[in-house]
Design a protein. Structure first.
Length: 328
């Protein structure tokens, strides 16, 4: 649970560096400050600091004025480092600048430390990710591996949670991570309420692979879209690779390769996610039993549905239905 008392909210400090991505700088305050109603004591207090307490130029066409210098980090229960496009030596040779090293020196032992997107480069350069599982934006995974081979990089996930150190992929994955932190601190009901208030999904299926840029198919080439369209209309059926490949006039080997190129996932992975997604919608409607939902989406049994929902979402069908039926 987050460190919070009746008189003191959980303190979150966001470190804004030169070239900070404006969207990611504002993500923590938007998510965490939505975790309470107007007449309730706040669960979190989010404040922003810079390396010297001076205004910071963002990646957009404006600067932000901050009220605090790096000393604020000493008061934080959670420190968040969003992405910046001007990290200099951190991207060049994996070293912290003297200003960053001084700032991070204010972070107390035991403080929860979080990165959004390429903010993970800062945590890695500080040695905070050594031997830990972490992620970053998929565009920078090769560079990250070169600079920080001691980090257990997982480029396929939206975020990682290694206890007191958490990292996320790019941009919107920062929202996913902040919602995960709210869920971890305050429970699913509060996190789902925040997600609805922010008009975002409480969690997203799959990982970063589905967002990786892929080559555009050559003109006239037959893609795998017909197979995906057929699958979505017949999720309850036995959708074999042979059947799907035949819909596209391809061999199974060619179909599998083309499918991964176009979606970033194997046909089996993609089909699993689509079935879980359809199961979520049916569970939210609350009209079918878990067993009937399982058959309706092609899993065959309630046990199979439970296994796959847990692997994709981390929750059981019953827990998912209970959570969403409890939220207006």
């Amino acid at each position: 649970m987050a460190t919070r008392t009746a008189s003191r909210p959980h303190e979150v400090a966001v470190l804004a560096m030169e070239g900070v991505v404006a969207f990611e700088l504002s993500t923590p305050s938007r998510v965490f400050e939505s975790a309470h109603e107007k007449d309730e004591a706040p669960h979190y207090r989010v404040r922003t600091c810079s390396l010297d307490g001076e205004p910071v130029r963002t990646s957009s066409d404006f600067r932000v004025v901050v009220e605090h210098g790096p000393e604020l980090l000493a008061e934080a229960d959670t420190v968040i480092v969003p992405a910046s496009f001007e990290l200099g030596p951190v991207f060049t040779d994996g070293r912290l600048t003297p200003e960053l090293e001084r700032a991070l020196g204010f972070v107390r032992p035991g403080t929860r430390v979080v990165s959004i997107c390429t903010g993970s480069f800062v945590l890695a350069a500080a040695g905070l990710l050594d031997g830990r599982r972490a992620t970053t934006h998929w565009r920078y995974t090769d560079r990250f591996r070169q600079l920080f081979p001691q980090v257990l990089l997982d480029p396929d996930v939206l975020f990682t949670d290694d206890g007191e150190v958490l990292t996320s992929g790019g941009v919107a994955a920062g929202i996913d991570l902040c919602l995960h932190i709210v869920r971890r601190d305050l429970g699913s009901a509060v996190a789902n309420h925040v997600a609805r208030r922010c008009v975002v999904a409480p969690w997203r299926e799959g990982g970063q692979a589905q967002y990786v840029e892929v080559a555009v198919p050559e003109p006239g080439a037959s893609g795998t879209a017909p197979a995906r369209a057929h699958a979505l209309e017949h999720l309850a059926d036995n959708l074999t690779l042979g059947l799907l490949a035949e819909r596209c006039g391809m061999s199974v080997r060619t179909f599998t390769r083309r499918f991964r190129e176009e979606t970033g996932q194997s046909p089996v992975q993609w089909l699993l996610v689509q079935r879980v997604h359809r199961a979520r919608r049916l569970l939210e409607q609350g009209e079918l039993t878990v067993d009937r939902v399982a058959h309706a989406v092609g899993f065959g049994s309630a046990a199979s549905l439970r296994q796959h929902m847990h692997s994709v979402l981390g929750v059981s069908p019953t827990a998912y239905r209970r959570t969403f039926k409890a939220v207006d």
